[in-house]
Structures are given as C-alpha cells and as structure tokens.
Design a protein around this ligand. Structure first.
Ligand code: ADP
Ligand code: ZN
Length: 512
C-alpha cells in the first residue's frame, strides 16, 4: 500500500498537497473523524481518494446526485483508480457489488438512501471499508442551503460503524450548518478543518437591475472569456441567451426542462468553448470541471449567501482574474419572503428569514463585499479587499432616514396595501383618480416629500424590503416587517448607497 505522498505523485502526478489537504488526509489515515470545509476548487476529492488508496478496504463515498457520482467515477478511473457507482442508473449493479465484495474496488459511490439500507449495512459488516466520505455534507443540515432528508438516514450507518473514519466534505457551510453536520455525523469538534473561503481572484460586484439586458450585454462585452449567467426561470434563460447572442457571442441555454440530450450537448459545448456564455438555471454547474470561467452573473437574487458563494465560486478556478456580478431588484426580496411564508414549514421559517436578511446585508452594504461574505463564513477579513465594486469605487452613501420614515408613514396611513408607485404619488401630492377615489389627498402624508426625497423613494423601498422593514404581497402591496418600527420611531437611521443619476431606458426591461 502506498503512502499518501507516493499516491499523490504516482497516481495523480502532483508534487505537493495544496492548502489543508495534507491535514485532512493525515486525520483520515489515523482513523479520526473529520469535517473538511474547503472552497470549490480546493481539491476535496483528493482528500478521500488518497486515503482510499492508502488504507485497507474500499472507500465508500456518499453523494447526492447521480450525475455527480458518474463524473467522479470517470475522473477517478481516468487516473487508474478502481471506482464504480451503485445507482438506479447503473445496470451493472450486480457486477459492482461482486467487485466490492471481492475487495476489487478502491472507491464505491452511492446515494445516502442506498448506503443506509439494512442490506447494505450487513454487507459492510463483512467487506472492509477504508473510510466513509460524505460529499456535499451540508445536505445533512436543515441549516444548509440544500437540505436533503435522505442524508439524515446516514446516522444509522455511522452509528453502526463508529470504527470506520468518516470524512464529511462541503464547500459551503456557515457556523450553524457546521455545528449541525458535526452533531448529525457524530464528528468531534476538533475534527473540523476549515480552509479559507477567500477567492481573491474573483472581483465581486452587485447592482440593482436597471435595464438588465443592457447591463448584461455590457458585462459580456467587458469580459471576453467563457461565462455563466444565472437566470431565475427556464424562460428567462432562453430569452437571455437570445438577447446576449446580439452581443456577438456564442450563447446557449441550460435548464431542467430541456431534453437531456440537448442539455448534455450544451454543457459539452460550453466546457469546450473559450468564449461561450451559458444562460442557465442553478441546475447548471454542479460537478462541471471548467477552470477558465471568466464571469458568473446573477440576473436575480440567489437563495442565500451560501448559494451565492457556491455559484460565484465557479468563476476563476484557474486562479486568473474573474468577475462575479449580481443584479437584483426589490421584487426579488418580496418574492423570496412570500415563498418563505407560503412554502416553508413553520419550524424553518425563522431560519430562512435570517438567511434572506443576511443576503440583504450583502447587497445593501456600502462597504466591502468580500468582507461581508467572509464574515458570514466566520472569518475575520480585512476591512477592505481592494477587489470588489465598493472597494474599487467607494459609493457615496447618503442619509435617507427621513425619506424612509415618510415612505413607512405613507404605507401605514393608506392601510398597508398599496404599492410603491401609489405611495410615491401620495408623498408627491399628485392628484390622480385613484388618489381621490381613496381619499388619499386628505391624508397627513399627502404631498409631504420634497423633490430630493422623492428621488430616493425607489432605492429606499429597495433597502427597506431588503432589510425586512417592508414586505410586499403578491400584488406589490407594501406592509410593515419587523424592522419598520425602529426606523419609524427615528431610532434606526437608514443610509443608502447614493443612486446613480437616472438614465433613459425602456420600461419593463428589468423584469428577468
Ligand atoms: P473541489 O471538489 O474541492 O471543488 P476538486 O477535487 O475537483 O475540487 O479539485 C479541483 C482541481 O484541483 C482538480 O483539477 C484537481 O485535480 C486539482 N488538484 C487537487 N489537488 C491538487 C494538488 N495537490 N496539486 C495540484 N492540483 C490539485
Ligand atoms: Zn472589497
């Protein structure tokens, strides 16, 4: 059996371990349980592949997606590792099991529900395992952004075999999620190995949507290499692909509604291309090995900071400069809050709200984006990174407390059911039919905003929605969130990034 260094040289052809790989591998070799949190591209696969080669027995790898398993089997086989997957999509399951029993496999990939069956557990009583690797381990936690109930079944497996070293791996886990993974998989606190989250070559930028097609075209023009644009719906991926083709670049769409053959073809074309723009839903990217992605754009709000970090992490894995640009609108927050209220179980709502508020903090900050991101993951970064939009061109921030209080009062006086346009009209003192019909011209807030304040109403509404001082119903009607009271009472100031001068654009063009 080779030593880890020998395996690194002979099997993989690498000269040194990177980052904290050696530490993780040392623990597994010593039989200890470990949770390794390492950013995408840090080389997590190696940390279980090498112990699988260097310890007696097969390495069992738990993975959430069949496509991911097949990718891993392919790349392991390519370097001469004996690997196989045991999934519903593999017809050679009997053969795989026979090889496993005969000790002829270095790595066996399986989904959590399969690995936790009674039958499989009995099998493990007889066939020695080198380790149990749990990939995408954040799936075990309800705090993680991708909770999979099946991962909870692993509990039985780890309890039945406490002697087999466990290695949980993830690229994204905040403090809560990490604690949860340790508890769920019974890994001691000192087993946590947390590699740095910083991706210094990625330049982060975040802007409100303001004519999205133009904004994206400009981004594509400024960044000649391959890029990914994440859209929020299947239709939007196809519309954006058509729009961005006008910028003179090859584009493709990718979403779960496409024929699998088309999807595979588009993915292959992207991986092979040096200038393609892929317009995709978040279904795209997991397990795709393309180190030279030069930009990742979001046409709408991602689900959480973790999801944002993982999605933007697909840019610049080769270490060369890359750009991550997020375009957001207030309606993104409204929609997300409604989704939480309507679709999320009562016990998880508070957590989801906190995650959304954290995202609000990231998009609203006038400070360093990287610092907000890294602090979210528990690091203590420098105040300024020098490589994000706010560091490169510090935005002037202005005090918008008065405008915010007037907007909140207007929402309150009109019984919290009108949208931003109407509220702005009320504050402006506009006499429209609708205003007369509701008698809003007789309210104390009618016409109380001056011209400067009126200009701030939209960005202020966006800021208040992002920090949960305002909530929008499905028709855009605005009501108070928990953060409204402090602002209204004058206890909490509202500073916003100074909006850029208004410019001409087609109406409705920022709806993607
Ligand atoms: P992750 O799963 O953490 O995103 P991967 O395991 O896919 O990362 O590894 C990313 C890339 O880095 C792969 O191409 C891998 O072969 C390479 N890599 C991993 N470890 C090393 C190393 N010690 N030296 C050089 N390249 C490495
Ligand atoms: Zn910065």
């Amino acid at each position: 059996m080779p030593t880890p260094h020998e395996a690194l040289h002979t099997t993989f052809g690498y000269s040194d371990f990177r980052g904290r790989q050696a530490e993780v591998i040392d623990r597994v070799m010593a039989g200890a349980h470990t949770l390794a949190v390492m950013p995408t591209g840090a080389g997590k696969s190696l940390t279980y592949q090498i112990p699988a080669l260097c310890r007696p027995g097969t390495g069992l790898v738990i993975s959430p997606l069949i496509a991911l398993m097949h990718d891993q089997v392919r790349s392991a086989t390519a370097v001469g590792i004996r690997a196989a997957a045991l999934t519903s999509a593999d017809d050679n399951r009997d053969e795989t099991l026979a090889r496993f029993r005969a000790g002829e496999l270095d790595l066996l990939y399986a989904a959590p529900e399969r690995a936790s069956t009674e039958g499989f557990r009995r099998l493990i009583d007889r066939v020695p395992l080198a380790l149990i690797a749990i990939d995408e381990a954040h799936c075990v936690s309800e705090w993680g952004h991708d909770f999979r109930p099946d991962y909870r079944l692993l509990r039985g497996l780890v309890e039945a075999h406490p002697e087999i070293p466990r290695l949980a791996l993830t690229a994204t886990a905040d403090r809560h999620t990490r604690a949860d993974i340790l508890a769920q998989l019974d890994i001691p606190d000192e087993g946590l190995i947390l590699a740095g989250f910083d991706r210094p070559n990625i330049r982060y930028a975040i802007s409100p949507r303001d004519g999205l097609p133009q904004q994206l075209k400009a981004l594509v023009r400024d960044n000649p290499g391959p890029g990914i644009v994440y859209a929020t719906s299947r239709d939007a991926t196809e519309r954006l692909a058509a729009t961005l083709a006008e910028a003179g670049r090859p584009t493709r769409a990718y979403h779960a509604g496409l024929d699998p053959a088309v999807r595979a073809r588009n993915q292959q074309a992207f991986v092979a291309s040096e200038d393609m723009v892929m317009c995709a839903t978040i279904a795209f990217g997991m397990g795709i090995d393309k180190p030279d992605v030069r930009f990742v754009a979001h046409a709408g709000l991602p689900k959480s900071i973790e999801a944002y970090y993982q999605e933007t992490g697909r840019a610049g894995r080769d270490g060369d400069p890359a750009v991550a640009h997020l375009f957001w609108g207030a309606d993104d927050f409204s929609r997300a809050r409604r989704r939480i209220a309507d679709e999320v179980g009562a016990d998880r709502q508070e957590g989801e709200r906190q995650r959304l508020n954290a995202l609000g903090g990231l998009v609203e900050t006038a400070g360093c984006r990287r610092a907000v991101l890294l602090r979210h993951f528990g690091e203590e970064p420098a105040e300024r990174c020098g490589n994000c939009d706010n560091c490169l061109a510090p935005p002037a921030s202005i005090d918008a407390t008065e405008a915010a209080r007037k907007l909140l009062s207007a929402a309150f006086r009109t019984e919290m059911r009108f949208g931003i346009t109407h509220l702005a009209d009320v504050l402006a003192g506009k006499v429209s039919d609708k205003i007369r019909q509701f008698g809003h011209d007789r309210l104390s807030v009618f016409g109380i905003a001056d011209a400067a304040e009126l200009k701030l109403i939209k960005p202020v509404a966006r800021a208040l929605l992002a920090r949960d001082a305002l909530r929008a119903d499905e028709f855009g009607g605005l009501s108070f969130g928990p953060a409204a009271r402090g602002i209204l009472k004058g206890e909490v100031p509202v500073a916003i990034v100074k909006p850029p001068p208004a410019r001409e654009r087609k109406r409705g063009s920022d709806e993607e």
